[in-house]
Structure formats: structure tokens, C-alpha cells
Design a protein around this ligand. Sequence first.
Ligand SMILES: [Fe+2]
Length: 295
Amino acid sequence: MAGRLLAVSDLHVGYPDNRAYADALSPADPGDWLIVAGDVGETFADVGFVLASLANRFAKVIWTPGNHELWTLPSDQVPLRGVARYEAYLKLCRRFGVITPEDEYPVWDGPGGPVTVAPVFTLYDYSFAADGTAAASAADPVASVLAAIDGTVGDSGRSAALAAARQAGIKPVDEGRLHADPYPSPAAWCQDRIGATEKRLAAVDGPLILVSHWPLLREPTAALRHQAFAPWCGTTLTAGWHTRYPVRAAVYGHLHIPRTTQHDGVRFEEVSVGYPREWQHRGTAPPPPRVILGG
Ligand SMILES: [Fe+2]
């Protein structure tokens, strides 16, 4: 088998320029696979059309959700929330032959293979709190009391993260949009996802390409302009995955900081396209999908 294993994320096709980019993505070789690591768009229909048409063009499309797919916007004709929304995407993907985190992990047999490609859906639990979050919360007496109450009855990590975000003057975009129903919080959903995913990863033989929307490690979030966003960017529960499992490369997005880094000798590929204002800053068009293997 020839071809390349390619990866892209954060297509955000609600922006016309990004939609044109997604519509123009096509394989150079009929054997090319495309990893789509979340944040295709914000509405169910947008995500569905784009994934279905990519599946029509590429030999295989592998998708995992980002936070934006999980938003429930008032304007969306599909008003599903939380797990029900995720399950509706699974149904859509099954219909059009797109591989999801719930499917058997496919094995790339092309150049650089055989390698198992594992899309994982991990979410976040506010544990990526930047250094100083606790101090910021302590400096705000209302936030401190809220955090104390929350630590007793609810979600203290979220409360502290929100207090730090408020102090930094930023508004986390998921709040009020991403719902975790029937879980009480994204953190509770995240915890369940981590447990189930670890069992599946432990059963994989041989090398892995691990694909998630959120970075497995906190380190890449150090490059964020606003550190107060970090709690919405992943979970410390995945910190050891790249060394515990035989990971050849970890593919992720979410940060909108496309680059290649090494952590403990493992290649990490942030493959986001990002918003037009972001990629226009770097060039006249978004770069082509990243080559993970082959080519
Ligand atoms: Fe994004």
C-alpha cells in the first residue's frame, strides 16, 4: 500500500475561507488517510457535510471530537447536548464510514507501518490550571468562598479556573455552550473517558499514533498567550500516556499553535488550521495537512 498518513484539526468551517480550504482538501495518492483531530465546526450539519465529503475523497478518514463539535448553539437544528450529541456524531460517522474513538482502531499498513491509529476522546477536567491559579483565586475573596463551597458540593477545579479566567479578563468559550449531560460536569465525563480509553490502549499491540483534540501534556499550553485558558485544554490524567504506551507520534490540535515538538523522545504534532485571523497572520493560506507517516 502506498500513500501517506495525514493529519489536520481545527478546520472551523463556519468561516467561509476555512470551508473553502476543507472543501479543497484532496489526496495526492489514492491510498492517503486523513486524521481530523476535532473542531471541524460548530453545527451538526457543518460537521456532517465536511466529514462525509472528506470520507468520499480519502481512503480513510479518522475523526475525534473537539470542544466545538460538542457545543449546543441555539441556532443549531440539532439541539442535542452532551453524550447524546456525541452519539449522534457516531451515528453520522458510521453512516459515512468515518472512524471514531468508539471503533476498532485501524492499522496503517502504508509507508512507516504497520502502526495502529488510535483516535481518543479525552475532554478536560480543569487540572491544567496554570501556576498561579490558586493564588489568583485566593486574591479574590468571593472566588475563594465559591471555591470552598464548590470543593464540598461540586466542581472545585472549574470554580478556581473560572475565577482565574475572570481575573485575567478572558471568557472561556466552552462555558454555557459545551454541556456534559447526563454527567454533572465535563470533568466527570472526562474521568469516565480516561478510564475506558486506558483499557483500550493497553490492549493494543505494537506502535501507535495517538490522536486527540486536546494535548496529552500540559507543556504545550505554556505557549498559550492567555495561560488562564489552560484548564480547558486537557487533563493531567493523560500525562503518562505517550511513554506508557508505544506511541510513535501524538497528534493533537485545540491550541491553534501548529508545530512539532518532542517530549520524552516522542514526536508531538499540533496540526491545527485555526481561525482565518490566525493563519492569515502566518501566510496567505493554511498549510496542507501534516504528514505523519509516509511521503
Ligand atoms: Fe479550535
